[in-house]
Ligand binder design. Structure first.
Ligand SMILES: [Zn+2]
Length: 81
């Protein structure tokens, strides 16, 4: 096991199948969708059809694996000074 000097952070992600198993209230607490939880479920099913198994709970995530999960972000800071 090798420790890298660059720390990597990951966004929290939840398996789509887990989200689909949640009830209205619980799902509504996690995802917001203009069409409500029914719209959210429709979109989650579309994700599964496209091969996305995981939903990242942060739309700012710009580095995702093909399955939809967060691939990690280097948190190394570039010092401008
Ligand atoms: Zn991410």
């Amino acid at each position: 096991m090798t420790l890298t000097s660059t720390p990597t952070t990951f966004h929290i992600h939840i398996p789509v199948r887990v989200l689909l198993s949640y009830g209205d209230k619980r799902l509504g607490d996690i995802v917001t969708h203009p069409e409500g939880v029914d719209g959210a479920r429709k979109e989650l099913r579309q994700m599964l059809e496209k091969g996305k198994q995981v939903l990242v709970c942060d739309s700012s995530c710009d580095n995702r694996n093909p399955d939809g999960s967060c691939a990690g972000h280097s948190s190394a800071k570039t010092k401008a000074a």
